[in-house]
Each structure stands twice: as C-alpha cells, then as structure tokens.
Design a protein around this ligand. Structure first.
Ligand code: HEC
Ligand code: HEC
Ligand code: HEC
Ligand code: HEC
Ligand code: HEC
Ligand code: HEC
Ligand code: HEC
Ligand code: HEC
Ligand code: HEC
Ligand code: HEC
Length: 338
C-alpha cells in the first residue's frame, strides 16, 4: 500500500467533500492539502478541531459515528470483516488509521448537530446510487489496494466503463457475496443479465451448485487477455479443470487444439455436451460430404426415408464412429475412431 497513492485517494475524497461547501471563501485552493497534512498522523484523537477546517476528521473516529449509526446491524457487521480488524495495522481500524472515515471520508460537519430544516452534509457513499464520482469512490479503495490491484484494474473493461468496486463488493456484509462461489453469479447478473439465461440452459457449467464460479474463468478486476479470461487463451482456461483434453495426442483434431469454443458454448447450451450445434451439423460445418461416409445426414436417411438408410444416424451421429473427437493416442486412430 503506497503512501503517495493513499494521499492521492484521500485528497480526492476531501476535494469532493469540499465541493458542495464551495459557497464560502474558506475554500482556499490549499485547503484540502492543509487538512490532508493532518491526516496521516490522524489517529482520530489528533484530528483538527472542526472550526479550523470546513471538512475534518472526527476526534473520536468510529466512536463518533457509532453514537448515531450503531443501531444499524449492517453497519456494525464491518467488525466481522477483514476491514474491521484492530490487530491488522493495515486495516482501516488498525492503529493510527482513520477507521470509518478511511472509506467514508472526513466526518466534518456530518457528525454535528443539524439545525431544523438544514440537511446533514453528506459522507461519501458507495455503489451505483451514490452521488460521489466513480474516481472518488474507487480512489478510496485503491489508496490501500493499489499495489495488488492497480495494474489489472486499469487494464480491464470494468474500470473503463466506470464500474465501482462497491458494485461488486459488499464491505459491510459479514460474508461478501461476490467472494463466494455459490453467491457470486447473482452479483454479476445484476449487470450481465443475459448470462443468467445462458447458465439456466439444460447443459451448463454447474454454477448454481457452487462447483464453478465466474471468477474460475474470468478475472473480474481486469486483464489484457481476451474476454477477461484468467489464462491467456480459452484453451488454457479450460485445461485448468479439463486437463485430459490438453493432450498431447498422437492424432490431434485441429479445432480442439485451436479453441474449445469453436464447438462448445462455455456458459451453457441447449445441446448435450454444451455443444454449439447438434451432432452431424456441428461436424459438417467444416467437413464436406466428399470422400467418405460423411455425406449429409438428414431425415431422409432415417429408416423409412427416401435416401440410403444410415444406421448410425438412427443411433446417434458422427461420434458413434469418431468417438475420439478431442484427439486420439491409438496408433491407428488417425481418423479419431479409437
Ligand atoms: C449526530 C448523528 C450522526 C453522526 C455522529 C454520524 N452520522 Fe452519519 N448519518 C446520520 C444521519 C441522520 C444520516 C442520514 C442522513 C440523511 O438521510 O440525510 C446519516 C447518513 C450517513 C451515511 C449515508 C447513508 C445514507 O443513507 O445517506 C453515511 C455513509 C454515514 N452517515 C456515515 C457516517 C460516518 C462514517 C460517521 C462518523 C464519521 C457518521 N456518519 C456520523 C447521522 C450521524
Ligand atoms: C485503510 C486501508 C483500506 C481501505 C481504505 C480499504 N481496504 Fe480493503 N482491505 C484492507 C486490508 C488490510 C485488507 C485485508 C488484506 C489481507 O488480509 O490480506 C482488505 C481486504 C479487502 C478485501 C478482501 C476481503 C476478504 O474477505 O478477503 C476486499 C474485497 C477489499 N478489501 C475491498 C475494498 C474496497 C472495495 C474498498 C473501498 C470501498 C477497500 N477495500 C478499502 C485495507 C483497506
Ligand atoms: C466485477 C466485479 C468486481 C469489481 C468491480 C471489483 N471486484 Fe474485487 N473481487 C471480485 C471477485 C469476484 C473477487 C474474488 C476473486 C477470486 O476469487 O479470484 C475479488 C477479490 C478482491 C480482493 C481480494 C483478493 C485479491 O485479489 O487481493 C480485493 C482486495 C478486491 N477484490 C478489491 C477490489 C477493489 C479495490 C476494487 C475496485 C478498484 C474491486 N475489487 C472491484 C469482484 C470484483
Ligand atoms: C473499508 C471501507 C469501509 C469502512 C471502513 C466503513 N465503511 Fe461504511 N460502507 C462502505 C461501503 C463500500 C458501503 C456501501 C455498502 C456496502 O458495500 O456494504 C458502506 C455503507 C455504509 C452505510 C450505508 C450508507 C448507504 O449508502 O446506504 C453506512 C451508514 C455506513 N457505511 C457507515 C459506516 C460506519 C459508521 C463505519 C465505521 C464503523 C463504516 N461505515 C466503515 C465502506 C466502508
Ligand atoms: C455494475 C455493473 C457490472 C457488474 C456488477 C459486473 N460487470 Fe462485467 N462488465 C460491465 C460492463 C459495463 C462491461 C463492459 C461492457 C461489456 O462488455 O458488456 C463489463 C465487461 C465484462 C467482461 C468482458 C466482456 C468482453 O466482451 O470482453 C467480463 C468477462 C465481465 N464483465 C465479467 C463480469 C463478472 C464475472 C462479474 C461478476 C463477478 C461482473 N462482470 C460484474 C458491468 C458489470
Ligand atoms: C467455464 C468457464 C467460464 C465460466 C464459468 C464463465 N465464463 Fe464467461 N466466458 C468464458 C469464455 C471462454 C468466454 C469467451 C467465449 C468466446 O470466446 O467465444 C466467455 C465470455 C464471456 C463474456 C463476453 C462475451 C459474451 O458472451 O458476452 C462475458 C460478459 C462473460 N463471459 C461473463 C460471464 C459471467 C457473468 C459469468 C458467471 C455468471 C461467466 N462468464 C462464467 C468462460 C466462462
Ligand atoms: C473450474 C473448473 C472448470 C473450468 C475452468 C472449466 N470447466 Fe468445464 N466442467 C467443470 C465441471 C465441474 C463440469 C461438470 C462435470 C460433471 O458434471 O461431471 C464441467 C463440464 C463440462 C462439459 C460437459 C458438459 C456435459 O454436459 O457433459 C463441457 C463440454 C465443458 N465442461 C467444457 C468446458 C470448456 C470448453 C471450458 C473452458 C471454456 C471449461 N469447461 C472450463 C469444470 C470446469
Ligand atoms: C470439434 C468440436 C469440439 C471441440 C473443438 C472441442 N470439443 Fe469437447 N466435445 C465435442 C463433442 C462432439 C462432445 C460430445 C462427445 C460425446 O457426446 O461423446 C464433446 C464433449 C466434451 C466434454 C464432455 C465429455 C468428455 O469427453 O469429457 C468435455 C469436458 C469437453 N468436450 C471439453 C472440451 C475442451 C476442454 C475442449 C478444448 C480443449 C473441447 N472440448 C473442444 C466436440 C468438441
Ligand atoms: C472448425 C472446423 C471443424 C469442425 C467443427 C470439426 N472438424 Fe474435424 N477436422 C477439422 C480439421 C481442420 C481437421 C484436420 C484436417 C486435415 O488434417 O486434413 C479435422 C480432422 C478430422 C478428422 C480426421 C481426418 C483425417 O483426415 O485424418 C476426423 C475424423 C474429424 N475431423 C471428425 C470430426 C467430427 C466427428 C467433428 C464433429 C464432432 C468434427 N470433425 C468437427 C476441422 C473441423
Ligand atoms: C459408420 C461409422 C462412421 C460414421 C457414422 C461417420 N464416419 Fe467418418 N469415417 C469412418 C471411417 C471408418 C473412416 C475412415 C475411412 C478410411 O480410412 O477410408 C472415416 C473417415 C472420416 C474422415 C476422414 C476422411 C478422409 O477422407 O480421410 C472424416 C473427416 C470423417 N470421417 C468425418 C465424419 C463426419 C463429419 C461424420 C458425420 C457426418 C462421420 N465421419 C460419420 C466412419 C464413420
């Protein structure tokens, strides 16, 4: 967690909180910097008195906040999370940290008595219906998470599309739903609506059962790989769990080595085996009828049809003979039949 970034994040937060108060001359250009100067040492007890700066950290930190907010179980649940650990010096509640205000910004006048009819000056809120700009919200988080996260975050489509950290993360929840396989998909579906339908198809990766999570295949923060995959290619991503498909094979099947998604819909499909289309058609999209039994199989080839009857069609399709469609290690398996 770099100090300069931490400063920058907090400065951004301060600057934003100062904006609504821009009526008074008190908003000298160096005001945030002055307040910030006090911030790093700001064990809450050392924060400046409220009169000295229009926006300042509260003297008693979380204790001040909780005089009003302790009736909310959601707020209190932060103490069950990694952010609420006083023994972790890096956590917002670690020694010398700013506690609630590390995220919500300096309490300032928000914590005071409010005259009837006046509105309470806001704190930084998070998530999709927050008034705080995305850069301010995410700046708060990146102030501490910059080191581990920044490179991937700025490479990804979520940052580029102004998605906030808090659109996925629920920091006051005892168990952040996006971090557990069983509940993660629901978080993603709030924006990726069509993906729910794909995983509800009859043949799909078992997400609902918690056996697979979106983040097994996708890097949610960002990466330079296509489709934000966790590995450099589709195949490398699949081999994590389907290692037997990696080979090496004596007789490779070219499209398999190239890209599993040529034949499979990685999320789900209405065809058995999560195939993009059914049996003969799938194969015939590349293989012509010439040369071999690979003439077009259609209804006319079924028993009773007008064409030559093909027993394998009645039973199944090309895979009845070419069962080793992913590749064969049999010495005479060049046509993937064994
Ligand atoms: C004197 C009581 C009081 C204190 C002290 C106080 N708050 Fe608040 N806070 C409120 C009230 C009341 C609201 C609701 C404001 C509104 O709806 O306009 C609120 C709203 C908020 C909100 C936004 C929630 C929303 O629904 O808009 C956040 C975040 C927040 N407070 C955080 C804090 C933090 C952090 C502290 C300590 C620095 C703190 N509060 C101290 C009374 C207080
Ligand atoms: C004052 C520093 C600080 C700030 C600000 C902060 N975090 Fe953290 N965060 C931490 C620390 C420390 C951990 C624990 C890291 C560990 O255990 O390795 C953590 C852990 C996490 C985790 C993992 C939780 C888990 O259960 O594994 C997530 C997710 C997270 N932070 C997201 C955020 C988001 C989103 C924000 C902004 C709203 C934010 N953090 C703001 C310091 C901070
Ligand atoms: C698209 C949803 C999404 C967004 C947006 C998002 N995260 Fe995450 N985050 C996740 C998921 C999912 C995981 C769990 C990853 C895993 O299990 O491999 C995670 C894990 C984490 C962790 C703990 C593991 C780690 O990588 O260190 C931290 C810390 C974290 N996120 C912080 C952030 C911060 C800070 C932001 C904003 C800059 C952010 N996240 C934005 C979905 C998201
Ligand atoms: C690590 C950052 C972090 C810390 C520390 C933190 N919060 Fe929050 N708080 C958030 C985020 C993010 C949200 C948005 C909802 C969520 O993600 O759970 C939130 C939501 C809230 C809300 C509801 C506001 C709304 O938008 O509806 C209140 C009130 C609140 N926090 C008060 C507090 C108080 C009081 C403390 C200290 C005891 C505190 N928070 C500590 C990040 C934090
Ligand atoms: C707040 C809305 C939001 C949430 C929540 C969200 N995303 Fe996204 N996601 C977007 C936007 C916007 C884009 C960029 C536009 C697009 O490609 O649709 C995007 C892009 C992506 C992409 C890249 C698509 C491509 O064509 O390259 C992947 C993969 C992705 N998200 C996965 C996830 C996963 C996994 C989760 C849950 C952990 C998640 N998203 C949660 C909004 C969201
Ligand atoms: C088994 C691995 C796997 C899982 C699990 C998975 N994806 Fe994907 N996803 C992929 C692959 C592979 C692609 C690229 C498809 C292609 O290249 O044709 C992709 C593409 C995408 C895209 C961009 C292209 C599109 O279809 O719109 C989005 C968005 C996306 N996934 C979101 C999600 C979300 C959200 C989840 C969880 C609900 C999820 N994925 C779970 C493998 C997976
Ligand atoms: C995190 C592990 C994981 C990853 C990564 C993964 N899968 Fe799977 N896959 C599974 C599990 C678990 C099943 C269900 C197996 C079962 O039910 O016996 C499955 C089943 C399948 C099935 C069989 C479906 C059926 O109806 O028999 C296909 C096809 C498949 N995966 C293709 C892929 C492709 C293509 C990729 C890469 C885009 C991929 N998988 C990545 C875990 C994974
Ligand atoms: C040329 C088309 C094609 C390609 C490319 C392909 N598959 Fe398949 N895959 C099939 C067919 C056809 C089936 C159904 C086999 C059956 O019904 O006997 C299947 C079945 C599967 C199954 C479930 C049954 C089994 O054999 O375990 C998994 C898992 C699977 N494929 C994974 C993959 C992976 C991983 C890749 C990429 C390395 C891949 N497939 C590439 C055509 C393909
Ligand atoms: C994306 C195009 C594509 C699809 C779809 C496809 N194949 Fe292939 N297949 C190829 C290519 C390219 C070769 C290598 C041809 C060569 O070396 O002459 C090949 C080779 C073969 C061979 C070995 C041929 C030989 O001459 O050694 C068989 C058998 C075969 N495929 C069967 C199938 C079956 C069965 C399916 C359906 C499950 C299928 N293919 C789907 C492109 C495809
Ligand atoms: C009744 C079993 C059977 C069925 C069904 C079948 N094949 Fe074959 N196929 C074979 C055999 C046996 C060979 C090897 C022929 C040879 O060595 O002369 C072969 C060879 C091939 C070859 C290599 C052709 C060549 O000229 O060397 C391809 C490609 C192929 N089949 C694709 C398909 C496709 C696509 C289907 C489905 C539309 C299919 N086959 C259905 C048995 C079958």
């Amino acid at each position: 967690m770099t100090d300069t970034r931490a400063h920058f994040g907090r400065l951004l937060a301060l600057a934003w909180l100062l904006l609504p108060a821009a009526s008074g001359p008190a908003l000298a250009a160096d005001e945030p910097a002055t307040t910030e100067a006090a911030a790093p040492a700001a064990a809450p007890a050392e924060a400046k008195p409220a009169e000295a700066a229009p926006v300042s950290y509260s003297k008693k930190g979380a204790d001040t906040c909780l005089t009003c907010h302790d009736d909310n179980p959601v707020v209190m649940a932060i103490f069950n999370t990694k952010h609420g650990q006083p023994h972790d010096a890096r956590s917002p509640f670690g020694k010398g940290q700013l506690q609630c205000e590390a995220c919500h910004g300096p309490g300032g006048k928000h914590t005071g008595k409010i005259k009837k009819g006046d509105t309470r000056p806001p704190m930084i809120r998070f998530g999709r219906d927050s008034a705080a700009p995305v850069a301010v919200q995410n700046g708060v988080c990146l102030a501490c998470h910059e080191k581990s996260l920044s490179a991937e975050w700025h490479a990804g489509p979520h940052a580029a599309n102004d998605v906030t950290c808090a659109s996925c993360h629920d920091l006051h929840a005892t168990k952040d739903p996006v971090l557990s396989a069983r509940t993660q998909d629901e978080v993603c579906y709030t924006c990726h609506v069509t993906k729910r339908a794909e995983f509800l198809r009859p043949y799909a990766h078992p997400l609902k059962q918690g056996k697979v999570a979106c983040s097994d295949c996708h890097q949610p923060h960002g990466t330079s790989a296509a489709s934000q995959l966790v590995k450099s290619s589709v195949n490398q991503t699949c081999y994590q769990c389907h290692a037997e498909k990696r080979g090496p094979f004596l007789w490779e099947h070219a499209p398999v080595a190239e890209d599993c998604a040529i034949c499979h819909s990685p999320h789900g499909s209405s065809n058995p085996g999560m195939l993009k289309s059914r049996g003969p058609l799938l194969c015939q999209s590349c293989h012509s009828q010439q040369g071999h039994p690979s003439f077009a199989y259609g209804p006319s080839n079924l028993p009773g049809g007008s064409g030559p009857t093909v027993s394998t069609l009645a039973l199944g399709n090309c895979m009845n003979c070419h069962s080793q469609v992913h590749g064969s290690n049999h010495p005479s398996g060049s046509t993937l039949t064994r």
